[in-house]
Design a protein around this ligand. Sequence first.
Ligand code: PGA
Length: 256
Amino acid sequence: MDRSKRTPVIAGNWKMNKSRTGTKLLIRELAPLVSNARCNVAVCVPFTDLDAAMDAARGSNIIVGAQNCHWADNGAFTGEVSASMLTETGISLCVVGHSERRQYFGETDETVNKRARAVIAAGLTAIVCVGETLEEREAGKLNEVIERQMNVGLKDVTAADCAKLVIAYEPVWAIGTGKTATPDQAQEVHALIRATLAKLVGAETAETVRIQYGGSMKPGNAAELLAKKDIDGGLIGGAALKAADFAGIIAAAAQA
Ligand code: PGA
């Protein structure tokens, strides 16, 4: 498939940042800067900011998403939020398995799988994150880690489900560190992700799935990353909190 058939998706991962007021201000500042974007534009905000973000984004091309979701529809899971609760707010996207959730909140490939399937079953798009730590890379375990995260994390995800699937490759050593994977390093892993996905759901479907890069992406390095043939967008942390930087990355996607 021609890669131009995959619309790039640039998503901000705001993490635990921004108040409700700050959310509205940033989205209102961003909206005119990205109104002519030639890619999908999304912001993934804290649960408590979802409705404020939806309000501020109304009438714009900005998609609002969440950052996590439980696999059960309801029940005794204190502190969690279900996919149906998210759909009720009107959002259409949810990040699953971010490395910070794996690192600090006991997320495993198995729980990533349960969450991803619940998100997709609820009709939301899941951005499923994978990526190796520096130790894993230095120990020569890059391929093994990525293949395991893909095979377990996407177990029982069907070819039909892939219409609601985005994968984010985020090398843990590049997140919030200012160290970015080189375009060649990133492309190598994106190609591995697509090949692994092809074994799970077929090559034709794998060609349709967008694979984002995440980890210190900024306006200055976005264009050369996004120019690589298997890099179909970005999941942006720090640079998504500044309208001009986020808009700069979105402008770079238009050149890719
Ligand atoms: P960063 O974060 O852009 O600040 O490195 C990316 C992410 O964690 O999704």
